[in-house]
Design a protein around this ligand. Structure first.
Ligand SMILES: [Zn+2]
Length: 82
């Protein structure tokens, strides 16, 4: 990925390794150390097509799985009523 300016705000995009919550159809996978471009001004993230393809495979459990986590699932309307 080149360091093109952010297409939303024109800010500079910096390459980082970030934690990503990636969805593919109904599946969700949390992946650490994903190479991603992050806009320093607005925080928009940019992914290479090859990275997205690999994340899709990981969400399908085909490559790179190292474990599972359980997360609470909330209903915001219940939090408001409480
Ligand atoms: Zn931006």
């Amino acid at each position: 990925m080149k360091n093109d300016p952010c297409e939303y705000c024109g800010g500079s995009v910096k390459q980082r390794k970030a934690r990503v919550d990636h969805r593919w159809k109904g599946a969700l996978v949390v992946v650490e150390k994903v190479p991603v471009g992050v806009c320093r001004r607005c925080g928009e993230r940019y992914y290479d097509a090859s990275v997205l393809r690999r994340l899709d495979l990981m969400a399908q459990g085909k490559v790179g799985s190292v474990g599972r986590i359980s997360v609470p699932v909330g209903d915001y309307s219940r939090a408001v009523a409480a």
